[in-house]
Design a protein around this ligand. Sequence first.
Ligand SMILES: [Fe+2]
Length: 435
Amino acid sequence: MLGYKTKTDNPYLQDNYAPVPEQIKATDLEVVGQIPHDLTGLFVRNGPNPMNNPRPARYHWFAGQGMLHGVRLEAGKALWYRNQSVKGNGTTPNTHVIPHGGKIYAIVEAGGAPVEIDQNLKSLSDAPFQGTLNKGFTAHAKLDAATGELHGVCYDFARGYRLQHIVVGSDDRVRQSRVIDLPGKPMVHDCAITENYVLVFDLSITFSWRRLVRGYFPMAWNDKHQARIGLLNRKNASAETKWFDIDPCYIFHPVNAFEDAAGNVILDAMRYQRLFDEDRNGPFTESLPLLTRWQLDIAKGTAGEQQLDDKAAEFPRIHPGLEGQAHRFGYALGLGESAVKPQFSSIIKYDFTRNNSEVYELGTDKMGAEPVFVPADQAESEDQGYLLSYVFDRRDDKSSLLIVNAQDMAAGAVAEIKLPQRVPFGFHGSWVPAH
Ligand SMILES: [Fe+2]
């Protein structure tokens, strides 16, 4: 039951990458187990779901029209599941969906503006942040829990190929846009914050005109581009950005960054050795991402690098209140061992203090998605809460929403909410509390 017949072998249009053709709502959902009563709100995830019959040879996973899949939970009940295409002018945000300032926004890297959506996943407007954003945004913005500000490193194509640091205040208005001067044209997917800095990832994938004019996704591996991490001073706009050269690599997603007692910056992220080189349709086939720690020595201007775990993993998450502060725990989707076809076969919990990890295997024929950590009500420790992930079951070609106790993964899922259709593999989502 694939959505499209393809003439060539594009894996990102097949299997559970294939789009679903219908937009549906279902209210009578079967639940196995008990949904925790403190999970009252909306779980929503974004991802590509092309409805325009793309040409397989040139279709890139990152380019498909966005679709949201949401489940509304309330006091131990699953009220509904629905899926809705994201509708905006031009590009439709397909990468993430985040709550901010009482609103919900579907967001994407590059030129497309965030699209505000309502609690029922309907697209409302693409004049985000009360009309104060007049350019593109990013697929990932970091919330500083101390100030309520969102920080993003965003492209600014209005002035050539430039990057900007954009800050959106807790009042849902753009408060600051600052140009980041760069000599090259790096692909920048995400950022990280610490108390004093914004981390800018100027890495080994750069914009390629050659690919763009031939109709391909325009970002490609570039051996000639020096990979480096920049520390942009958040508090002093006139301070020069500090740059740290690192070995060639790419990072889509940091777990988190923070400053240690000596004021040096620690970055944990999923590191790719190579991608978008031979493969023009998506990530994963040239190298698999591994959890890696960089230590940026401010006084010496040098970066140390250390692999922390040997299990391929992506879509890392932490406690939502700890962006930019020291974290003990992190969570990610385990990709399994196949270098050619990631299996998305487990949820991994990392304990950075004990330097170990625990694996929750999803089971035969089951493939997961980004595990979103939701703190329990009145949590007394960092990992007291739940991991929410859509899980595709190959046996019945359907998906479910899995809820796992983050402190007791070994006990198995506390609840599994069966959905009436499959949720294609996608990107990122959020928990939007009802109150
Ligand atoms: Fe991402």
